[in-house]
Ligand binder design. Structure first.
Ligand code: NA7
Length: 535
């Protein structure tokens, strides 16, 4: 008998719901979490300005109507502390703490075919056995600090946005560098600029950002959402992104320039990235359509930033809008009008080294008290890559994924029996409202585990041809869009030496859900069950 039925790695949104769903299915489950608190990426990314870019009414669990009725969000886009409070509320409300072990880093997981079980070892040397292993490590949890010579010699303090100290950091009057201008850099920089003596923003690639128009959620707005929450969620589950959007249903190129400009302006005034990109059907499909929205955003940057040379440098040009995550901020571009903020072009003048007193680029030296890396993540596969996962016949996940991460339906990969991945490569994951996608995956996994046990089988694993066909399909869909046209973390381009594959499924949350349901209806088509330890 194994110690547990299921070990879940991680206690973020995915791990927390996995614990609830699997426990409610009568299984003995434990989530092992490296952090000293729950929340996953929302635990670690506690930097000033950290905020969700999906609206709170969407970015919350839908599995319990009572939960969604009782909880009221204070803001349209919740700040990191509120997301964390919400997750604590969920853990309290459903009594999940007993099944979550904090400060427990999984270092290895090894499949034993003879015993049909996983052996999971943690950094403290403890080992647990379980029949099933569920990765809930998240897509954005392995933070990445560039390998800059001399960083160890820096006399000031340095930080990464995704490993922010819980006690906070004081930049008052300090000389600070922010390196990186993705969503995290765009969120953290204005907060630092407000107190710093001087802030240098090191930009390698200019990033598109649209306003949040963040606001408090009024009691009336809260009541209006709740009055039709069930129908709203049903709509979200069938949608493309896991958020119901009201687009025009037209091509951007079939309307007049004036009509387009009016529609873009309306979305700009309303705030939010997803509604912007959902406005016309072809914004993420054809470059010509995308150029119309790119130019609109560049015009807003030129309008906002008073120094025309700085504005031009902030205008992204080398990739389509949305091919890198569209950032959201109400004050990022305007921040460059402050006298204590300087934009540094780290493309023409790359960072070459760090010394005790500051940072050297190809053509200058910056005296600094602090460096903030907003340099992102080894995304999608990075966190699993840092665990020694070994499947059947000694196959390591690292080697199985050497040419890029892949999984059948994003859920399981051949050679790794009874191993499930929540929001894995090949699922909508980061191209969707993660919380709804997590719920769908966890429920699918729960039902699959029950199926294996109900059948009296030893294990389940996907068949390689089914997985290959799914990967080919995800590639076909992705390469019919503009998404692969940027050097982004979506393709692994931000990590030196990483294989570049566009792995998320961009065919939509609704169609994806239908496919997963169809596979089950067809008797777990593409999967094989093993009985008595024999494939
Ligand atoms: P991102 O979006 O990967 O952004 C990382 C940024 O760091 C990006 O601007 C990079 O430039 C920059 N970067 C990385 N390495 C360097 C070096 N060596 N020198 C200069 N600049 C560098 O990460 P985020 O944390 O902002 O956001 C990740 C996701 O979290 C986001 O998409 C949301 O979904 C939430 P580059 O573009 O590679 O030229």
């Amino acid at each position: 008998m194994t110690d547990l039925d299921v070990v879940v790695i991680g206690a973020g949104f995915a791990g927390i719901y996995a614990v609830k769903a699997l426990r409610d299915a009568g299984l003995r489950v434990a989530a092992l979490e490296a952090g000293s608190g729950i929340g996953g990426t929302w635990f670690w990314n506690c930097f000033p300005g950290a905020r969700c870019d999906v609206e709170s009414k969407d970015y919350s669990y839908s599995f319990s109507e009572e939960l969604q009725e009782d909880w009221s969000w204070s803001e349209r886009y919740p700040a990191q502390p509120e997301v964390l409070r919400y997750l604590h509320h969920v853990a309290d409300r459903f009594g999940l703490w007993a099944n979550i072990q904090l400060n427990t880093t999984v270092t290895s997981a090894t499949w034993d075919s003879d015993r049909a079980q996983w052996a999971v070892v943690t950094a403290d040397g403890a080992a647990r056995t379980a029949r099933f292993l569920v990765s809930a490590v998240g897509c954005l949890s392995a933070s990445s600090v560039p390998d800059i010579p001399g960083l160890g010699s820096f006399g000031g303090a340095w930080f990464h946005t995704a490993r922010w100290p819980k006690e906070g950091a004081d930049f008052t009057g300090k000389r600070v560098a922010v390196i990186g201008t993705g969503s995290s850099g765009i969120q953290v920089a204005p907060e630092i600029a407000a107190v710093a003596g001087h802030l240098w923003v090191f930009q390698r690639t200019a990033h598109f950002a649209v306003p949040n128009r963040n606001a408090a959620v009024s009691p009336e707005a809260d009541a209006a959402v709740k009055a039709r929450y069930r129908a709203y969620r049903a709509q979200a589950r069938e949608s493309m992104l896991g958020v119901p959007l009201t687009g025009t249903g037209k091509s951007a190129l079939e309307v007049t320039a004036a009509e387009r400009a009016g529609a873009y302006q309306e979305k700009w005034n309303a705030g939010g990235g997803m509604p912007f990109l959902g406005l016309y059907t072809d914004l993420l499909i054809t470059r010509k359509a995308n150029d119309t929205v790119a130019e609109f955003i560049r015009d807003r940057i030129r309008e906002t930033v008073t120094d025309p040379a700085v504005a031009e440098q902030l205008c992204p040009r080398d990739y389509p809008v949305g091919a890198k995550r569209l950032a959201q901020s109400d004050d990022y571009y305007a921040m460059f009008n402050r006298p204590n903020v300087t934009l540094v072009n780290a493309r023409t003048s790359p960072i070459v080294s760090v010394a005790a007193s500051g940072l050297r680029t190809a053509d200058a030296f910056y005296e600094l008290d602090a460096i903030v890396f907003a340099t992102g993540f080894d995304a999608i596969s990075g966190a699993l890559d840092r665990i020694a996962v070994t499947g059947a016949d000694g196959l390591s996940l690292k080697s199985a994924w050497a040419a890029g991460p892949h999984a059948y339906l994003g859920l399981m990969t051949a050679g790794f029996p009874n191993f499930f991945i929540v929001t894995g490569p090949g699922s909508p994951s980061v191209f969707s409202n993660m919380v709804l996608s997590i719920e769908q995956h966890v429920e699918w996994i729960r039902d699959c585990v029950s199926h294996v046990l109900g059948e009296g089988a030893s294990w389940i694993e996907p068949l390689a041809p089914a997985e290959e066909a799914w990967v080919a399909h995800t590639q076909d869909v992705a390469y019919s869009t503009l998404f692969p046209l940027a050097d982004s973390w979506y393709v692994g381009a931000n990590i030196p030496g990483k294989a570049q594959v566009f792995s998320p499924y961009v065919g939509g949350v609704g169609p994806y859900r239908a496919k997963c349901d169809e596979v089950v209806a067809n008797g777990y088509e593409g999967f094989a069950l093993a009985y008595n330890g024999t494939r």
